[in-house]
Design a protein around this ligand. Structure first.
Ligand code: ADP
Length: 602
């Protein structure tokens, strides 16, 4: 599928027309200094000479208007737009319509330089290509899986600041390229991806999901960048302001006058800084030392965050090209099991045909890789999937967790025994699974030891009675209940139920529910699982992370995606409302799932 990818900056515009699967380019446009008398663009197509054009005063719209007749000679199926910030509203590529555009506009304060430029590009392209689907891909979306402890700053939460993270498409793209190179599933790997361009960030990608990243509320935090300072004692800011600098001056120092430019005093191009450092320039040497020291520090930290690391990946202008930076960062990482190969590092070269090169020794447990990033291709791939009708794009999207309190399912006959002849259950509240509801009716469950009052009945009525309790409830009642899938009640213990109109002793039906995930066939395909499969799910909760094994997959098109656990399990992992889990392998080198052949859950 041919996708037109637009990346509109404040005074620049990058446009790529490329195939969403192969990544082959049909055309590449680069425009700079838009809105100034020096505005210009260049257009390149394979087999054709590069055309450079001056267009004084041109803005995004003028450039697009000038080049679209050439670009639309090729068939285009969809347009992808890079949008730098999706706030908490967008965690996946999203088709643009008026309501999505309004939400993006409302996020302007989060990225005041970028969002207006992104929107200008989007509006122009939508006006010029009104019949094509336009899809936004957000820089922040890949980091929507950051656990709460990683996205929270230690300031009063009501102020509303949180870590968002950026460079998402690049981190996701190179982590996948690395996994492909290693012939592994990304869901089996813990990868540290280092995107080192003019802007730079490092991400811990644990089993396919971003769990830590160095950029924060804005793209100013973290690594030393071309002109941005990265991590800084916030006290310095206060001091600058107190000592009389204006807000704009501070902004200018931190965003445009710091980083490699600020340290070296010779600008932000690492090639110049490396040359001068080699000639003995102390400021340039210091700049390189601070840059590489900080990244080493992050790598150690992120290995600790993930409890280990399987691969470290370098990408973007510096990561792909500077053997010196990679060398300095990877020194003395042997303690992590990362053994660096000097010769391979010096010779490493990546391009579109050879997207990954390895720079670790053959006996290195941690693989060190250089990977070519291609943000336009990452965006085109995501857009191609949405345009083809797949609504979900993340490889391993989070699974909402539902906590089931003890409850009872009844047949109509049992309802009448317990509540009176002709009685029908009444709905109190709908449940997350379509058609299911909590009833107003409750019963007392009577065990040999004790009873539990007020146990909720769930509707609608079922062909068999079933009482689902937790292990704690079993001890309380004094009955051992087996772990069973819902509906599988043969040879389970019975129990007595007491209602307002009568008592019913069930011969069987008391179970401790087998933890399970409800999903549709489309979900199952996306996760690569089948009905009856047994998988592992990791839950990042508030300080009591837990991986649940033996989680059963239950597939039906009427299901809503949700993992169900009981109250004991939820307490063990300290899960609260809104927490999510991730499907993971059963460990490095292990299989993602074990298929059960002798069991067919209803
Ligand atoms: P952007 O964030 O603007 O997309 P890039 O990913 O293009 O940035 O990276 C730009 C950085 O890469 C610049 O600092 C440049 O000096 C650096 N770079 C490019 N090639 C080399 C090289 N051969 N050696 C060292 N640094 C390089």
């Amino acid at each position: 599928m041919q996708i037109l990818v637009l990346n509109a900056g404040s005074s620049s515009l990058k446009v790529d027309l490329l195939d969403s699967q192969s990544g082959d380019r049909t055309a590449t446009l680069r425009a700079q200094r838009l809105g100034t008398p020096q505005a210009s663009y260049s257009l390149e197509s394979p087999g054709q000479a590069r055309q450079s054009t001056e267009l004084p005063g041109a803005d995004h719209a003028a450039v697009l208007q000038a080049v679209l007749p050439t670009l639309t000679k090729h068939p285009i199926q969809a347009v992808g737009h890079r949008v730098v910030h999706g706030g908490t509203d967008f965690s996946r590529p999203t088709k643009l319509d008026s309501s999505v555009l309004a939400t993006i506009a409302s996020l302007e304060s989060l990225a005041p330089l970028h969002i207006p430029a992104n929107l200008a590009g989007i509006h122009t392209a939508m006006a010029l290509l009104p019949d094509l689907p336009h899809i936004a891909v957000f820089d922040t979306a890949f980091h929507s899986t950051l656990p709460r402890r990683a996205r929270s700053y230690a300031i009063p939460q009501e102020l509303g600041y949180r870590r968002y993270g950026f460079h998402g498409p690049s981190h996701q793209y190179v982590s996948k390229s690395a996994a492909a190179y290693l012939d592994e599933d990304p869901r089996d790997l813990r990868i540290i991806t280092c995107h080192l361009g003019n802007g730079a960030s490092v991400t811990a990608v644990e089993y396919g999901r971003s769990v830590e990243t160095s950029m924060g509320y804005t793209p100013l935090e973290g690594l030393v960048m071309g002109t941005r300072c990265g991590d800084l004692d916030p006290g310095i800011l206060l001091d600058m302001l107190r000592s009389g600098k204006t807000l704009d001056q501070v902004d200018d120092i931190l965003n445009r006058g710091s980083g490699m430019a600020g340290l070296s005093g010779v600008g932000n191009d690492l090639r110049d800084i490396e040359d001068r450092a080699a000639d003995g320039d102390e400021a340039c040497r210091l700049a390189i030392q601070v840059l590489t020291h900080r990244l080493r520090k992050y790598i150690g930290a992120y290995a600790a965050v993930m409890g280990g690391v399987d691969a470290i990946v370098f990408t973007a202008g510096i990561g792909e090209n500077s053997a010196l930076v990679r060398h300095r960062v990877c020194q003395r990482l042997d303690f992590l099991g990362a053994r660096f190969d000097e010769d391979k590092n010096r010779d490493a070269q990546v391009d579109r045909n050879t997207p990954v090169a390895e720079i670790s020794r053959s006996n290195s447990r941690v693989r060190i890789l250089v990977a070519k990033t291609d943000e336009a291709r990452a965006i085109a791939g995501a857009v191609g999937k949405v345009a083809a009708g797949g609504e979900e794009l993340a490889e391993n999207p989070p699974i909402p967790i539902g906590i089931s309190a003890r409850h009872i399912h009844l047949t109509q006959e049992a309802v009448e025994t317990l509540f009176g002849p002709g009685y029908t259950l009444t709905e109190r509240a709908p449940l997350s699974q379509p058609g299911q509801f909590a009833c107003n009716e409750t019963l007392t469950v009577v065990g040999p030891k004790r009873s539990i009052e007020g146990v909720r009945v769930l509707g609608p009525i079922r062909p068999k009675c079933q009482v689902e309790v937790s292990r704690t409830d079993e001890f309380f009642l004094g009955i051992d209940a087996p772990v069973r899938a819902s509906g599988d009640v043969a040879n389970t213990p019975g129990v007595t139920l007491k209602g307002p109109a009568g008592t019913l002793t069930l011969k069987e039906g008391l179970i401790c529910a087998w933890r399970h995930i409800h999903m549709t066939n489309a979900d199952a395909e996306r996760y690569g699982v089948k009905h009856g499969d047994i998988v592992d799910v990791t839950i990042n909760s508030s300080g009591r992370d837990l991986t649940f094994g033996d989680v059963m997959i239950r597939v039906k098109d009427s299901y809503a995606l949700e993992m169900h656990i009981d109250t004991d399990e939820a307490n063990a992992a300290q899960i609260s409302r809104g927490d999510v889990g991730a499907l993971v392998s059963s460990g490095k080198g292990g299989t993602l799932l074990r298929r059960r052949t002798n069991f067919d859950p209803a």
